[in-house]
Design a protein. Structure first.
Length: 285
């Protein structure tokens, strides 16, 4: 025990656009995992069976591409109430919203959110789009998260959902954020796979506030995609991306990662210690 899965999607599927939902329904256990949306106790039992202590529930707002609205924040707030020590709520604020920084503060204060998710390919903006002054709300979001000491999870890499703009998923676009907000914890979800893994590793090695997260990378490909994994082990966190199409079973996914030829200390850092740095057991006050 003690393992944290830093990227699980327990989301409001009823809000998904039909084309997006069709991709989710290709999962062989689609009918089964949908039942967890109304039964967090059953979801906790699933974590127990998989050997997971905690799960980071990644929710976000992306009305144009996926269909998710701000109801996603309410959904995850309510879902984690059964055990907020084990279930970590992550939500989202669009930078086009009025006073987005204040909204981040409200969601942390009133909803208990423990992190903010940005999905540039689905939200249709670059993670550094504040630089030219056209998306100042993005700067407000980063500043609020930095002040509150909560992480920002940024989708890096490609997406096959209809309407996704994959150019926004390039990890190097996050470099400006790491420079401009040096005390902001940034998690590079998916490590830039399958096109930009070296960029993700570079950012992780350059910046002490940047973590690489392994979700949606098949365990059998992990060392092929990230041959420097041992060298960057101080800032790598484990994630599965369940119930993504490539993750059929939470327990099998974790066992496959444990079976990789990695030093025991490396596995302990990736699975246990580093996630506790990014998502401490006690949430922000």
């Amino acid at each position: 025990m003690g393992v944290t899965d830093c990227h699980i999607h327990v989301n409001l599927l009823s809000e998904m656009r039909p084309a997006a939902r069709a991709l989710i329904d290709t999962h062989p256990d689609a009918a089964g995992f949908e039942s967890f949306l109304t039964d967090p106790v059953a979801f906790l039992k699933l974590l127990d069976a998989a050997g997971l202590e905690r799960a980071v529930l990644v929710n976000y707002v992306a009305p144009e591409v996926i269909g998710y609205t701000e109801k996603a924040n309410e959904f995850v707030r309510d879902f984690v109430r059964v055990d907020p020590d084990r279930l970590i709520a992550v939500g989202s604020v669009l930078p086009t919203r009025k006073n987005p920084g204040e909204e981040v503060r409200r969601l942390v204060r009133e909803y208990g959110l423990r992190g903010i998710k940005l999905h540039p390919p689905h939200q249709l903006f670059a993670p550094n789009a504040y630089l030219d002054g056209k998306l100042e709300g993005l700067r407000e979001i980063y500043a609020a998260c930095e002040h509150l000491q909560i992480p920002v999870i940024v989708h890096t890499g490609t997406s096959i959902f209809p309407g996704a703009r994959n150019r926004y998923g390039q990890p190097l676009l996050v470099e400006d954020v790491a420079i401009d907000f040096p005390h902001l914890t940034i998690v590079l979800a998916h490590g830039g796979r399958p096109l930009w893994m070296e960029e993700a590793v570079f950012l992780t090695r350059r910046f002490s506030n940047v973590y690489l997260e392994t979700s949606s990378v098949p365990p059998s490909k992990l060392l092929e995609y990230f041959p420097a994994l041992e060298r960057i082990r101080e800032r790598v966190v484990y994630g599965s991306d369940w119930p993504g199409p490539g993750v059929r079973d939470l327990g099998a996914h974790l066992r496959a990662v444990r079976a990789l030829p990695l030093q025991p200390d490396t596995l302990d850092k990736i699975l246990v210690q580093n996630p506790l740095k990014v998502f401490p057991r006690r949430g922000p006050v």
